[in-house]
Design a protein around this ligand. Structure first.
Ligand SMILES: C[S@@+](CC[C@H](N)C(=O)[O-])C[C@H]1O[C@@H](n2cnc3c(N)ncnc32)[C@H](O)[C@@H]1O
Length: 302
């Protein structure tokens, strides 16, 4: 009974700390959110979920996470470097000039295997920094098989959205990619263009297997499309990026498959201290306009 009460209290504490971290995101942005998640890890999680257990239970975070404890561990381990890496890729592909003119745009953002929506948060942070988005409508489609991380993703995207002037609509798809393509993919709203985000997912075998169907789907969406993909420098990631590029065929290569590196301050769960890390990634950016010929002009203020 005492052990049960303790476990219940730990779960409650984690939920409270998660809510606090989400408030930090809304108030101060991603850096303070990450710090708060590290705080939750250090105060609640590290005693009960060692890295080796987490890695084994989740196949190094490739399989859907199934608890807030795992979600906090994931963010502590990878959140800051994944965010910095995807931010760097978006900046590289979309440019780092400030667009002050208010243009009216509807943009779809599909975050495939979104986890806790780190790629979508990086995009929102980019928009906050560089784009006058007061006349934007952003439709987020969050696709994720883990209900736990999907719930967190919806919370975080809504908190981060309150930092910008755009009208943001969030659609959640609790399914794997195969399920999304089979049943939900037709739900994209009419838009000026659609962004397709692949952050640390193209190395997953079940996703690679379905790339031909994914390409057919991407080629069937009306209008301008942009694919932004990134992941760590594992051979399976190069394979996934290459497969998607080849499968899509005649696209404008905005950013070819390229290695890059970012520097981040992260908390090392194996050494129990903060450290400066070089996060090495591989990225790709592709544009196409289905059935028309001026691909490559996709720009947040074009
Ligand atoms: C390494 S995590 C990346 C999460 C997030 N995109 C990020 O960058 O932090 C891999 C994600 O893919 C999801 N996933 C695993 N298999 C999947 C599948 N077949 N279809 C869609 N998502 C899948 C997992 O649930 C997990 O959220």
């Amino acid at each position: 009974m005492i052990a049960y009460n303790q476990a219940e209290k730990t779960v409650q504490n984690m939920a409270q700390q998660m809510a606090h971290a989400a408030d930090q995101l809304q108030l101060h942005g991603f850096g303070r959110y990450y710090n708060a998640m590290v705080g939750a890890y250090v105060s609640e999680v590290y005693k009960t979920l060692p890295y080796s257990t987490f890695a084994q239970m989740t196949n190094r975070a490739q399989t859907p996470l199934c608890s807030v404890e795992q979600a906090i561990t994931y963010t502590t381990l990878y959140g800051k470097s994944h965010f910095d890496r995807f931010s760097s890729v978006i900046g590289q592909i979309m440019g780092r000039s400030t667009r002050t003119k208010a243009v009216t745009k509807t943009i779809n953002v599909v975050d495939y295997g979104c986890g806790q929506a780190i790629a979508s948060l990086a995009l929102l942070s980019y928009i906050e920094t560089y784009v006058n988005c007061e006349n934007f409508t952003l439709n987020f489609y969050l696709v994720e098989p883990s209900q736990t991380t999907l719930d967190i993703a919806v919370l975080l995207v809504s908190k981060m959205s309150s930092r910008i002037a755009a009208n943001v609509v969030i659609h959640q798809h609790h399914t794997d990619l195969a399920g999304f393509l089979a049943t939900d993919s037709h739900t994209l709203a009419p838009a000026d263009y659609s962004l397709h985000l692949f952050s640390n997912v193209l190395d997953i075998p079940k996703i690679q297997q379905i790339i031909p169907t994914l390409s057919t789907y991407l080629q069937a969406i009306d209008g301008k499309q942009m694919v932004i993909a990134a992941g760590p420098q594992y051979s399976n990631n190069y394979t996934g990026l290459e497969q998607l590029k080849q499968s899509l065929g005649g696209v404008t290569v905005k950013q070819d498959i390229t290695d890059f590196s970012v520097e981040s301050e992260i908390y090392s769960v194996t050494n129990n201290h903060w450290q400066h890390s070089h996060s090495r990634g591989v990225m790709m950016g592709l544009c196409f306009k289905n059935s028309l010929d001026d691909a490559g002009k996709t720009d947040l203020a074009a």
